[in-house]
Write a protein that binds this ligand. Structure first.
Ligand code: SAH
Length: 369
């Protein structure tokens, strides 16, 4: 049995499935899902993420979070990472904050991870790094202030896609094409208006055939985090590949952002589900709106480049550079940092959203206008 066969059987009995159901199965099917069966990171894997490129990334997030904790009055706090991958970000976060007086003692570390394989990798990389580490399937329920960190988490959550029709929108579905023996897109149920409140798009301005995306799970998780932070205090910082609706016109025109990556190259989205990573760009405008509605204070989204430079990333790189043992190591440190901040690598493509409780201000972020 393979995931292709499993989904094919499901489609033959139930009919076409939504893009969200297809993506959820491709990534998270308990037997064949991509994150369940593979360690996707690094050179030998399919893609590489910022914390795997440079230790400075996780360190700066640690310093940023500790600064929020100070502003909160140094309370007992829950530190939550969503989708921690190999645990590298949290390892760097903890190393950078271990000299902040009282922070480690006040903190409990929570890792929200659904993949058993990656949980194991996280356990290995974090063993002995903090006395209170726990793993969860969903955001833990607590009544303490919370600091939430997530890198490339929201882009892995299943999206629904809708295609503009003459009158309304049709949900994009996935069927099994018997003749070609492959999955293909088909038109599903037609809605007069986009179901749900987000994204706030005026259908009238869209041309026929344009695609609108919606990530209900990301919306739910952001709402939950923002409500928690507004009620109990805290902050959240979210880094991802994505767009802002008003600024990045291209994203509104292109619409369809679903993509699959395998061995560092593009792969067809519907081909061999479970074998490739599938992601969609994150709609930062919707996430920011949801957080604000839930009562959180939302800062202006900035690029990864701006965030890392304002946080003193360059100085940290120079420090590491000076202490490196070899010129090969120096080259690794400098090129890794460059890759994270450079405009033609990850610096501008990746964006950072920060939210806080109304009592504090997100360090190095401008207030949203
Ligand atoms: N933050 C890491 C990994 C990013 S990949 C890094 O930057 O390297 C996405 C991560 O989210 C993986 O750890 C994946 O297993 C996890 N994930 C995906 N969907 C999830 C869900 N619904 N709940 C919790 N974790 C999820």
């Amino acid at each position: 049995m393979s995931l292709t066969q499993k989904l094919r059987t499901e489609i033959e009995t139930r009919g076409p499935i939504s893009v969200a159901d297809f993506m959820a199965a491709a990534l998270g099917d308990p037997e064949y899902g991509y994150y369940v069966t593979k360690d996707p990171f690094g050179l030998a894997g399919d893609f590489i993420t910022s914390p795997e490129i440079s230790q400075i990334f996780g360190e700066l997030l640690g310093i940023w979070s500790a600064e929020c904790w100070h502003q909160l009055g140094s309370p007992e706090i829950d530190v939550v990472e969503l989708g921690p991958g190999r645990g590298t970000l949290m390892k760097d976060f903890l190393r950078a904050t271990c000299h902040v007086p009282g922070f480690h003692e006040a903190a409990k570390i929570h890792l929200v991870e659904t993949s058993p394989l990656l949980r194991k990798a996280q356990e290995e990389s974090l063993r002995g790094k903090h006395p209170s580490l726990s793993w969860h399937d969903v955001l833990p329920k607590t009544n303490r202030p919370m600091l939430v960190v997530a890198n490339e988490f929201f882009d892995a959550l299943p999206i629904r896609q809708f295609v503009k029709q003459k009158d309304g929108v049709a949900e994009r579905m996935v069927e099994w094409n018997q003749t070609r023996a492959e999955f293909s897109f088909v038109t599903g149920e037609i809605y007069k208006n986009l179901p749900g409140e987000y994204p706030k798009t005026t259908l009238a301005t869209m041309h026929e055939g344009a695609v609108v995306e919606q990530c209900p799970l990301a919306q739910r998780i952001m709402d939950e985090i923002a409500q928690h932070i507004a009620t109990y205090g805290g902050a959240g910082i979210f880094i991802d590949y994505g767009y802002e609706r008003l600024k990045d016109l291209q994203a509104q025109v292109t619409g369809d952002t679903l993509q699959a990556v395998r061995q560092h190259g593009f792969h067809s989205v519907l081909d061999a589900p479970g074998d490739a990573d599938i992601t969609a760009h994150v709609d930062f405008t919707t996430l920011a709106d949801i957080a604000a509605c839930a009562g959180a204070r939302v800062a202006s989204v900035q690029s990864q480049r701006e965030f890392m430079l304002k946080m003193g990333g360059k100085l940290r790189m120079q420090q590491l550079f000076q202490h490196a043992n070899s010129s090969a190591q120096q080259e690794h440190i400098a090129s890794g940092f460059e890759r994270l901040v450079s405009s033609n690598a990850m610096g501008d493509l990746f964006k950072v959203l920060a939210i806080t409780c109304p009592a504090i201000h997100a360090p190095v972020f401008e207030e949203m206008l």
